[in-house]
Design a protein around this ligand. Structure first.
Ligand code: ANZ
Length: 858
């Protein structure tokens, strides 16, 4: 018997499929479009990562299944080839990224072809190709024109090892998501996109999309909407309103500290104030601070403390009192102390808090350490839990009844929020955690940001009296570059693409300087408006900006007069199914939603959510540990393809666990799956020999086939491929052990086709030939309709029938479904319990309802 030789058969089909471009969807004429998207890879020099392969295979099986269900499935692939990842690898290898990208994308392509995925190769997207990034630059200009791109100085996060700024989303627990270095805080002028304008929509729309719950929750938390009040605290070193006078409104007092709180109901319990160490007021109050030396020392220390440490919940609280400074609690009129401490963050809210140690855990720990007053002002409604005579061990952070709060005492704390907030002249305010998206990078390998700075006539035109520039135009009409004021101009759209010049020395320059600064021919231009000498922006945009719209380009590849063709886009988008990594929850997935909403508002597309359905796949690990080079447990797809063939690798990856859960790779495991495919091979071999398949009437109970169809179908739909494969394994065992029909074998091959596309195609053809009159031609297994199961066939065969005697249930018998009335009667009368009651009496009458009940009348 011929052995299963995956290498030979896979090569045969792969060549044929590539030659025919077998999986290319007909973009124009497709009748039943289905856009099956997977997150495109960045082509690292090391080649395809097994984790990519895991995700892509999960997505490909879904695509193949939908295709067999009658959809025209569009499954595109591309390369996210711009960005620091590729650039860093080029630096390491001492090759120019341009050259490196060519070899690494070629290698990726070879590996992807081998994996047997169903790609529409005509629609390949490469973000470094100027036919693509021309439109990335165009997108930036649309954002700029809409007032959503601006250039401003802001506290930013700087990665000392990547030598560039990062977006907030690229920093995980104070570390660079790419290289894991501890990031630093800097104040720099950068290009930002106003994603915060979309915060509410990004949040509200989450209810309308079918996404993994986990991903939605991550986005929700990241947007971090907090509804609260801004409350003013008067510094009592300055004149303050006399008793009984109206409270101060924002900006009215001589010197005020503004705080943000979500719990204005606890204001009477605010026993001190805390400012973040970098808060401006600290410097403004310097003359009045008696312990300035100590304060300054703390400010310096905390500036050097990495954010990762400040954010640690369990870290011991530190801080310094601003001696000589006092503040007034606007509700209780009590004079309270003022502190600086780095558990209060400069970037969040107003950078200052009212501390309520009785009801906030961080404040509680701080108060205990520095012996500050703790005053409970809310008690739980549940009386038993009143803390009056218990020692307080921590803050009570819940809602309840307000106490110790003057006229507000006795109120429900929820109601008191607004009442107290308004009474002290506070301002209702909604705070978001989401920040504007920082997209400029001081690196080489990306699309140049298409902006020109002019310090000539254009700048003069912007000036008003006293040679001043309008404050509200800062960042959009003018900005400061290298200390000089300059006017901002977009590069005219017809000049796009603004090509990235070839730079011999492309290495990062550090200290906020971009490599492109050294490309004089690139930098020096004539101002598009006044014709004077001007300079180009030298930062490039971040790789996440490239990928924020790539799904829009895929179906329109080749349409070079626009970023996307209107009709094609209408037909194919939004994406029907997107599978990708949870690690992109607040990066790519958030950015892509923002950009899509923006384009919708610009009436450039007709939908505001890009991905109707998204499923996050889990992580692939090996023997319980993360797969990484430093652990030396890297898995090479090439070696596996060589040893087992792609079908086995695909099926094994999916056999590990449900896709959304991630899997634990074990080298031994793959052999088992390889044997399974070998058994399928062997099963069909029999028929090649016999020439004729068993006739259809031969029956392994058709029940098993229908059950298998049902289970595999349902498992594929919920991405539980593992149990689907296990079901097929059981089916194969049964086929070996029992005589079976041709239908059984055909069904098996069809069900297995999305998992193991090569071997099923080979067997399908061989079977057709063995079977067919005159050669037989069943076409391709991949063009078969997905089998339907017969509901009647899968009904459980056994039913339990209650047996009544004189109207009371006395027993129950388990019988085959549809047993005849006569047989059912016999079975009931034979029952042990019934026999006991009957003794030697003869029943007067027996009433039988098929499949339902037996009633014996005595
Ligand atoms: C008083 C208070 C009393 C607070 C209480 C909480 C409970 P979220 O929900 O995350 O928005 N806060 C405000 N600005 C801060 C900053 N820059 N750094 C650290 N903490 C800050 O949290 C809002 C709450 O976090 C605010 O409400 C404030 O503490 C604190 F029983 O004010 B609260």
């Amino acid at each position: 018997m011929e052995q299963y030789n995956p290498i030979k058969i896979e090569e045969k089909w792969r060549k044929k499929w590539l030659k025919e471009n077998r999986w290319q969807v007909d973009i124009k004429n497709a009748k039943n479009p289905y856009f099956n998207l997977m997150m495109f890879p960045y082509p690292s020099g090391e080649g395809l990562h097994i984790g990519n392969l895991y995700a892509f295979t999960g997505s490909d099986i879904h695509g193949r299944y939908m295709r067999m269900r009658g959809h025209d499935v569009f499954e595109p692939i591309g390369f996210d080839a711009f960005g620091i990842h590729s650039e860093n690898f080029a630096i390491k290898k001492g090759v120019h990224p341009r050259e490196l990208i060519q070899t690494s994308t070629a290698n990726f392509r070879r590996q992807l072809e081998q994996a047997g995925h169903m790609y529409s190769w005509n629609n390949l997207v490469d973000t470094t190709d100027s036919t693509y990034y021309r439109w990335t630059q165009w997108l930036f200009l649309q954002l700029y024109k809409a007032g959503l791109a601006y250039h401003k100085e802001a506290p930013v996060l700087w990665c000392p090892s990547c030598q560039t700024v990062l977006a907030n989303e690229q920093v995980l627990q104070g570390r660079c998501e790419r290289c894991d270095s501890v990031v630093e805080n800097k104040k720099l002028r950068q290009w930002f996109l106003k994603i915060t304008n979309y915060a509410d929509r990004l949040l509200d729309n989450l209810d309308k999309i079918d996404w993994s719950q986990h991903t939605k929750t991550t986005q929700k938390n990241w947007i971090g909407k907090s509804i609260g009040y801004r409350l003013q605290f008067q510094i009592s070193n300055f004149p303050r309103p006399a008793k009984g006078e109206a409270p101060l409104k924002r900006g009215q007092g001589k010197f005020q500290i503004e705080t943000f709180t979500t719990r204005p109901d606890t204001l009477f319990g605010a026993t001190y104030l805390v400012l973040s160490p970098e808060h401006e007021a600290v410097f403004e109050l310097k003359d009045k601070i008696e312990n300035w030396e100590e304060v300054e020392k703390y400010i310096k220390e905390s500036a050097n403390r990495p954010q990762s440490e400040k954010l640690k919940e369990d870290r011991e609280k530190t801080g310094v009192e601003l001696k000589g400074i006092r503040a007034l609690n606007p509700a209780s009129e009590e004079v309270i102390s003022v502190w600086i401490a780095d558990y209060v963050l400069g970037e969040y809210g107003t950078g200052a808090i009212m501390a309520v140690p009785a009801h906030d855990q961080r404040d509680f720990e701080f108060a205990v350490k520095f012996n500050l007053p703790i005053r409970p002002v809310v008690v739980p409604n549940d009386k038993q839990r009143t803390t009056s005579d218990k020692k307080i061990e921590g803050a009570f952070t819940g809602e309840g009844m307000v106490i110790n709060s003057g006229e507000f005492s006795g109120m429900d704390s929820e109601d008191a929020k607004e009442k107290i907030g308004e009474a002290v002249g506070g301002e209702a305010h909604t705070q978001y955690h989401l920040r504007d998206w920082l997209i400029s990078r001081q690196r080489y390998w990306g699309p140049p940001i298409p902006i020109i700075y002019c310090s000539n006539k254009c700048l003069e035109e912007l000036r008003i009296e006293n040679n001043e520039l309008r404050e509200e135009e800062e960042g959009t009409k003018w900005t400061i570059v290298n200390g000089d004021e300059v006017a901002i101009h977009p590069v005219p759209e017809e000049e796009l693409p603004l090509e990235l010049p070839y730079l011999e020395d492309f290495r990062p320059k550090g200290a906020g300087k971009a490599p492109l600064e050294s490309a004089k021919d690139f930098v020096n231009v004539k101002c598009p408006k006044c014709g004077g000498d001007a300079k180009r922006e030298t930062d490039v945009s971040d790789t996440f900006f490239d990928s924020s719209w790539y799904f829009l380009r895929y179906p329109s590849v080749g349409h070079d007069e626009a970023p996307w063709d209107k009709n094609i886009t209408k037909k194919w988008l939004p994406v029907d199914m997107y599978i990708g990594g949870q690690e992109h929850a607040v990066l790519h997935l958030m950015y892509a939603r923002f950009i899509t909403m923006f384009l919708y508002d610009q009436k450039l597309i007709y939908f505001e959510e890009p991905f109707n359905k998204f499923r996050a796949h889990g992580l692939l690990i090996k023997d319980g540990a993360k797969i990484s080079k430093s652990r030396g447990n890297v898995i090479s797809p090439d070696k596996l393809f060589e040893a087992f063939g792609a079908d086995t690798v695909r099926t094994y990856l999916m056999f590990l666990s449900p896709l959304e859960q991630g899997g634990d790779w074990k080298d031994e495991g793959i052999r088992g799956v390889h044997r399974f495919l070998g058994r399928v091979w062997g099963l069909v071999q029999k028929y090649e020999k016999a020439k004729n398949l068993a006739p259809n009437t031969y029956n392994l109970s058709p029940n098993l086939r229908h059950k298998t169809i049902k289970k595999v179908t349902e498992d594929i739909e919920r991405l539980h491929y593992n149990t689907g494969i296990a079901t097929m394994m059981t089916f194969v065992n049964a086929l070996y052990e029992n005589e079976h029909s041709k239908e059984d074998i055909k069904t098996l091959l069809i069900l297995l086709a999305p998992f193991a596309p090569y071997v099923t195609e080979e067997l399908w053809h061989r079977l057709a030939e063995a079977e067919g009159e005159g050669g037989g031609n069943w076409g391709s297994v991949h063009n078969q309709k997905w089998p339907e199961y017969d509901k009647k066939q899968i009904k459980e065969q056994a039913v339990s029938i209650p047996v009544q005697i004189n109207g009371k249930v006395k027993s129950e018998v388990s019988v085959v479904r549809d047993m005849s009335e006569k047989d059912l009667e016999k079975r009931a009368l034979r029952d042990e319990k019934v026999q006991k009651i009957l003794g030697d009496k003869e029943p007067k009458k027996v009433i039988v309802v098929k499949n339902k009940i037996v009633n014996i009348v005595l």
